[in-house]
Ligand binder design. Structure first.
Ligand code: DLZ
Length: 161
């Protein structure tokens, strides 16, 4: 994991071997979201999450992350959900509407739902900025999304004890 993106390392993470994760991935800008997904899966595995403990679901665009995450949570099969999408301002006439809609709805799901929903939406001005964050010069943000999910499940479980 690149040290330029954040300060924590995979070895600092709680054991994820008993945790179940859902990942909802947007198909728009697939070359970016696919790389973010790979990064997220890598960290989940390194932290001990089993192959069958990770459910990956695909939705068409970032806007559909809202429904995708809400429905996945409703089924009660996972302890946290990671959303992964990428909206590039230059390519997207209604960039602000998509970004605001997804941000507000994922925030709402975190306060009204029962499990953490990780906000893994890259919002960049250019494709290069997105590439930099999807395994490029600034590391892979997917790793950070996964590490955050593990930490939040651990947080929830600590409160349940
Ligand atoms: C329509 C659209 C556009 C123009 N750009 C993007 C984008 O950059 N990233 C992304 O994830 N999705 C984009 N979409 C699709 C919308 O998220 C959504 O799928 C459609 O508006 C249909 O609801």
């Amino acid at each position: 994991m690149s040290s330029t993106t954040h300060s924590y390392r995979p070895t600092d993470l709680p054991d994820a071997s008993e945790m179940r994760f859902g990942i909802v991935v947007a198909e728009w800008n697939q070359h970016i979201t696919g790389a973010l997904l790979e990064g997220a899966l890598r960290i989940l595995r390194q932290a001990g999450a089993g192959e069958h403990a990770v459910t990956v679901m695909h939705v068409p665009g970032s806007f559909e992350l809202i429904y995708g995450a809400a429905e996945l949570a409703r089924h009660g099969l996972v302890d946290a959900i990671i959303t992964i999408g990428c909206v590039i301002r230059g390519d997207t006439p209604h960039f602000d509407y998509i970004c605001q809609g997804v941000t507000q709805e994922i925030a709402r799901q975190n306060t009204e739902g029962k499990i953490p929903v990780i906000f893994g939406l890259l919002t960049t001005n250019t494709e290069q900025q997105a590439l930099d964050r999807a395994g490029g010069t600034l590391g892979n943000k997917g790793e950070e999304f996964a590490a955050t999910a593990i930490k939040m499940v651990n947080y929830a479980w600590q409160l349940q004890k």
